[in-house]
Design a protein around this ligand. Structure first.
Ligand SMILES: Nc1nc2c(ncn2[C@@H]2O[C@H](COP(=O)(O)OP(=O)(O)OP(=O)(O)O)[C@@H](O)[C@H]2O)c(=O)[nH]1
Length: 243
């Protein structure tokens, strides 16, 4: 087994919108007084990886838009969505990268691993081969991701209990072999544990960050507020989905 698996990775309308009640002058003043939304304190990148059809896009879309589609549309290359969350008194702008599960896109998707502070590795509890592929994905993580990235293993489609072929214990056992990795089962369809996994991952990332460091000291780091998204320069623009 890769020696890295044995190394502990974890150190542990403002006024109701009815301006018709206001005189024109007051209306203008009221608009002028609107305070812009507080800017985010941090920007974090999270990447979702795993074999084809396990539900990576579905998890991302459930989390960011609270939507779910039964249609099976393979991701081509990568896609991303943004979600802002507040945790530990900080406002965090999450860039969530959804990668294609098909192997032929690995050379594209691997470029997105490096900047990720959190990695969600997904398998489908109803598809043996997606579980058997996990070591292959771990190799990709070892090769391309930062050693500090927080890892989360997710067994998705837990709503399909009658079709289950991978037990929760099998998932837990795989996870226990990788230091610092967390495990959870989810259902993007039933919206089960979806918010929880992303929030836990972000919380784990924040727990390791010096949250009181002024923003200017973070400039140049991945956490600083740079224009987004930070697409690796050599890559084509984020994907289009095909049927
Ligand atoms: N029953 C059930 N179906 C799901 C769930 N999540 C995703 N699906 C379905 O599984 C299929 C594949 O989902 P996607 O989200 O496109 O999977 P993906 O991992 O992004 O696939 P690739 O882009 O090809 O790698 C779709 O038909 C989804 O509707 C779930 O939690 N439960």
């Amino acid at each position: 087994m890769d020696p890295r698996y044995d190394i502990p990775r974890r150190a542990g309308g403002v006024s109701g919108g009815n301006s018709s009640n206001l005189s024109p002058a007051l209306g203008v003043q009221s608009r002028r007084r609107k305070t812009p939304p507080r800017p985010a304190d941090f920007k974090l990148q999270i990447i979702i990886i795993g074999s084809r059809g396990v539900g990576k896009t579905s998890l991302m879309e459930r989390y960011t838009d609270d939507t779910f589609s039964e249609a099976c549309k393979s991701t081509v290359g990568v896609d991303f969505k943004i979600k802002t969350v507040e945790l530990r008194g900080k406002k965090i702008r999450l860039q969530i990268w959804d990668t294609a599960g098909q192997e032929r896109f690995n050379s594209i998707t691997s470029a997105y691993y490096r900047g990720a502070k959190g990695i969600v590795l997904v398998y489908d509890i109803t598809k043996q081969e997606t579980f058997d592929d996990l070591p292959k994905w771990m190799k990709m993580i070892d090769k391309y991701a930062s050693e500090e990235a927080e890892l989360l293993l997710v067994g998705n489609k837990m709503d399909c209990e009658s079709d289950r072929v991978i037990s929760r214990q099998q998932g837990e056992r795989f996870c226990s072999r990788i230091s610092g990795m967390r495990f959870c089962e989810t259902s993007a369809k039933d919206n089960c544990n979806v918010d929880e996994i992303f929030l836990k991952l972000v919380d784990d990332i924040l727990s390791k960050m010096p949250l009181e460091v002024p923003n200017k000291e973070l400039s140049g780091s991945l956490l600083s507020l740079q224009p987004e998204p930070e697409v690796p320069p050599e890559l084509p623009p984020p994907r289009v989905r095909c049927c």
